[in-house]
Write a protein that binds this ligand. Structure first.
Ligand code: FPP
Length: 249
C-alpha cells in the first residue's frame, strides 16, 4: 500500500534522516499459516524468524529504539494453547538470541503488564534484560501484555497517588509529566510506525506516543515481511515531509 516497489540498499538511506524510534505492529501470522494449511503456532514461529531479521537490520541501519508489539492485553483472550505457545516461543527466542544481543550491543527492555506473564517467561526476560543492561547501540523494546489504554490508566493512577501524597501539584501536570509516567517515559516517541497485513487500525498501541508518528501500512503478512521491504519503507519515510502541525517556511 505504502511501501516502495524498489528496494534500496542501506547506503541509499540518508544517515541524517534515520528514524530514532521505529515501532511495529506485527500482524498476519495466523493468516500466513492458514494460507499454507498450517496451524497458527507455525505462523508465529515463522513470525519469530522475521523478528530476528528486522532486529538485525535495525541494528545495522543505526536505529536507536525498535519497539515490537509482541503480545497485547487483548491477546490473553486467545485460546490457552496459543497463548502458551507464544510464551514458549518468546522464551526460546530469548534463549537463542541472547548471545547475539550481547555481541551486537543491543539492550532488551519490555513495556506492558509483564507481571501477568508466566514465571518461565518472566525469568527468561529478567535474565536477558540483566545481561544486556549496559548495551548502548540499540534498545529492543518488546511490548508484552501491553495495551495503551491500560498504560494510560496506570499513568493516571501513578499521578493521582503523587497528587494525594502532595508530591505533585495538579497545576504542574504537563504533557512531559504525563509522558514520564508511561512505560515509554524515557524513550523518544516513535518516528515511524509500521503495520503489516493491511489492517488500517492502531489496535491499542502507543496511542499517546504516536501523535506525530509517520504511519506505514503494508499488505505483507508479518512472516513474509523482509529486510528489503523494511529498507523500502525507511527510504519512503525519509522522503516524507514531517511538519509536526506547522507549515514549511
Ligand atoms: C499477530 O498475528 C501476531 C501476534 C499476536 C504475535 C506476534 C508474535 C510474533 C511475531 C512471534 C513471537 C515474538 C517474538 C518477539 C519472538 P495474528 O496471530 O493476529 O495474525 P492474524 O491476524 O492473521 O490471525
Amino acid at each position: 500500500m505504502n511501501s516502495s516497489p524498489v528496494s534500496p540498499l542501506v547506503q541509499d538511506l540518508d544517515p541524517e534522516k534515520m528514524p530514532a524510534h521505529v515501532a511495529i505492529i506485527m500482524d498476519g501470522n495466523g493468516r500466513w499459516a492458514r494460507q499454507r494449511l498450517l496451524n497458527r503456532v507455525q505462523g508465529h514461529e515463522k513470525g519469530a524468524e522475521t523478528v530476528r531479521t528486522i532486529v538485525r537490520a535495525s541494528r545495522e541501519i543505526g536505529i536507536s529504539h525498535l519497539t515490537l508489539y509482541a503480545f497485547s492485553t487483548e491477546n490473553w483472550q486467545r485460546p490457552k494453547i496459543e497463548v502458551q505457545a507464544l510464551m514458549k516461543l518468546l522464551e526460546h527466542f530469548l534463549e537463542s538470541e541472547q548471545d547475539e544481543l550481547v555481541e551486537n550491543d543491543i539492550r532488551l527492555n519490555t513495556i506492558g503488564e509483564t507481571e501477568r506473564l508466566t514465571t518461565g517467561t518472566r525469568e527468561a526476560l529478567a535474565r536477558v534484560i540483566h545481561l544486556t543492561e549496559n548495551n548502548k547501540s540499540m534498545t529492543l523494546h518488546l511490548a508484552l501484555s501491553y495495551g495503551s489504554r491500560s498504560e494510560i490508566v496506570r499513568m493516571v493512577q501513578l499521578l493521582a497517588q503523587k497528587v494525594r501524597s502532595g508530591e505533585v501539584d495538579p497545576r504542574d501536570i504537563t504533557e512531559d509529566l504525563v509522558t514520564q509516567h508511561l512505560y515509554t517515559g524515557k524513550i523518544p516517541d516513535p518516528d515511524l510506525l509500521i503495520r503489516t497485513s493491511g489492517e488500517m487500525r492502531i489496535s491499542n498501541f502507543l496511542l499517546w506516543q504516536i501523535a506525530y508518528t509517520e504511519i506505514f501500512v503494508t499488505p505483507t503478512l508479518w512472516p513474509d515481511f523482509s529486510r528489503e521491504e523494511f529498507l523500502g519503507i525507511l527510504k519512503e519515510y525519509q522522503q516524507r515531509d514531517r511538519r509536526f502541525g506547522k507549515i514549511d517556511v
